[in-house]
Design a protein around this ligand. Structure first.
Ligand code: ATP
Ligand code: MG
Ligand code: MG
Length: 553
């Protein structure tokens, strides 16, 4: 394996190892909030954090940042674990929940109150907002800011005991209402929420805020490098403030640019809207940029990991072309996906000089990129299906495929020549081709050396399995759907054509009971993967990605 590309986070880690800042340790964490399914942006963070842990033979913790009981669900916890595992990473025994630290966090809050560094504010949420000021104007101090330590301890204890209603009081850090950094203007540390938590049940009536929880969770777990996305840059002074005031072990927060991809959105909130609005069928709809959607679409963990490695990490936001993700995928599938034949839009071909009840088993190569994958038998008989697109009654100049009077090769089989076109009497639609074959071309070459300009894929009508094939296109027609005048308009470029279902497809018999998630190259068409909607009698395939040059072969 080649050495990983240099990046600024690795440089920081290397420097810290040199100066022995963290006693030679590299302990990272991936801290998802369990309020939705993971997407490809999370994969970048997972690959970074678990990647560094693997590289330095140390730990990466999976920590659920579960401090917001109203939005979090057990279903999400399970899906996140499954997705991280599927991507190929293992947290070992290092599975944590921020909610496991609620008692400790409470004690830390008490410590801040005792030292006069936190106070209970009884302004309403609106009043607190008004007091906060603006970027150009300093904030105003709350009239409750100078409550005595005793009163604060009493109030906070009663908040915990459930004596007050939601929104009546909060605990705030006492920092600086005139700070140019709005997040430092006495940020809220705790709020009252009288709701059950998926792990702590009804024990708590107050819940800690992200900025208080996150740094302390990192500290408690002995994280060395706390890697997060750029939008937390302004939170770093607060991260540092909390740890400094409490004089506890102090990890280093490092920010990198989040991943954006063309033709999609990467935000759980928006993805939830797509699911709930019925724009997609589920979180794992193959059009979704979720890990589970990509998986169902036919993506491999290797392709996603390679993609994340190659895009690297930067300090500036950018948008990566979806085509690059697809490139990484093709590269992997090309190496590993077995080739098979499938006809998506069938056109019946009768080979008039081929005996009625003869069937031959022809040898087909499973993967020309990997001879070790061997060969298989494909049945050939008098009636076949080819692709409608592979025939033109009146071929334009550069069309080299089948046409009246023209000869082409059938992959792994024979040369055939079209002798007649049968049409529906009413509609004029072509319903069948009559052809002849040359028995001497078995295997694909003519002994007399004559050439043909095209090789077509086909299936034997009597042996093929009828299947449904789902073709996907980008979810959005715009490269950057969130780039709208009104940010609420991000759904305006949802594509009406992102899913096309073909229900009359025929696949070669070896695919009859393809297990969900098995991946194939349908020769000349693209990469496809069996879907979990398949039944015993009718398989369903998702088109994962097209071939680079669809008709080059
Ligand atoms: P979303 O906006 O989609 O809800 P989030 O950041 O709120 O994302 P978290 O569950 O908090 O979601 O994310 C867990 C980790 O994944 C965080 O460290 C976060 O920075 C990182 N992450 C989330 N989205 C991206 C992205 N697009 N690119 C890189 N990292 C990301
Ligand atoms: Mg978050
Ligand atoms: Mg979010």
């Amino acid at each position: 394996d080649s050495a990983p590309p240099p990046n600024f986070i690795r440089n920081i880690i290397e420097e810290d190892l040199k100066t022995d800042k963290y006693s030679g340790r590299v302990i990272t964490r991936f801290p998802p909030e369990p309020n939705g399914y993971l997407h490809i942006g999370h994969a970048k963070s997972i690959c970074l954090n678990f990647g560094f842990a693997a590289e330095y033979k140390d730990e990466c913790h999976l920590r659920f940042d579960d401090t917001n009981p109203t939005k979090e669900e057990v279903e999400y916890v399970e899906s996140i674990k499954a997705d991280v595992r599927w991507l190929g990473f293992d947290w070992g025994e290092h599975l944590y929940y921020a909610s496991d630290y609620f008692d400790k966090l409470y004690d830390y809050a008490i410590q801040l109150i005792r030292e006069g560094k936190a106070y209970v504010d009884s302004l309403s949420a609106d009043e607190i907002r008004e007091h906060r000021g603006t970027l150009t104007e300093p904030g105003k101090e709350s009239p409750y800011r100078n409550r005595s330590v005793e009163e604060n301890l009493d109030m906070f204890g009663r908040m915990k005991a459930g004596e007050f209603e939601d929104g009546t009081h909060v605990l705030r850090a006492k920092i600086d209402m005139a700070s140019p950094n709005m997040l430092m203007r006495d940020p809220t540390l705790y709020r009252i929420r009288k709701v059950s938590h998926h792990r702590t049940g009804d024990k708590w009536h107050i819940y800690p805020m992200y900025d208080f929880t996150h740094c302390l969770s990192d500290s408690i777990e002995g994280i060395t490098h706390s890697i997060c996305t750029l939008e937390f840059e302004n939170n770093r002074p607060l991260y540092d403030w909390v740890l400094d005031q409490l004089k506890v072990y102090h990890p280093q927060q490092i920010e990198f640019a989040r991943l954006n991809l063309t033709y999609t959105v990467l935000s759980k909130r928006k993805l939830i809207e797509l699911v709930e609005g019925g724009h997609v069928s589920a979180w794992d709809d193959p059009r979704m940029p979720t890990i589970s959607g990509l998986r169902r679409r036919g993506y491999t963990p290797e392709a996603i990991r390679n993609f994340c490695e190659r895009i690297g990490v930067a300090k500036r936001d950018s948008i990566v072309d979806m085509a690059f993700l697809e490139y990484c995928l093709r590269e992997d599938l090309n190496k590993h996906a077995p080739r098979v034949m499938a006809v998506l839009r069938p056109l019946r071909v009768v080979i008039e000089n081929y005996p009625e009840d003869q069937v031959e088993e022809l040898d087909a190569i499973n993967n020309p990129e990997d001879p070790g994958m061997g060969t298989r038998k494909v049945p050939f008989s008098r009636v076949l299906y080819i692709e409608q697109d592979d025939f033109r009654e009146d071929p334009p100049k550069k069309f080299f495929r089948l046409a009246p009077g023209r000869e082409v090769r059938l992959r792994y089989a024979y040369f055939i020549k079209c002798t007649d076109v049968v049409k529906d009497e009413q509609t004029g639609e072509i319903i069948e081709l009559r052809c002849t074959y040359d028995p001497k071309t078995r295997g694909g070459d003519a002994p007399d050396g004559r050439k043909v300009k095209a090789t077509l894929h086909w299936v034997s009508a009597a042996h093929a399995v009828k299947a449904e094939v789902r073709l996907y296109d980008h979810l959005f027609t715009k490269t950057n759907p969130t780039d709208e005048k009104k940010s609420s308009d991000w759904k305006s470029s949802l594509s009406p054509n992102s899913l096309e279902r073909l229900t009359e497809c025929y696949v070669e018999p070896s695919l009859a009971d393809a297990a969900p998630e098995s991946r194939y190259q349908f020769e000349r068409l693209g990469y496809f993967c069996a879907d979990r909607d398949s039944s015993d009698t009718s398989p369903v395939f998702n088109r994962t990605v097209t071939l680079r040059d669809e008709w080059a072969k």
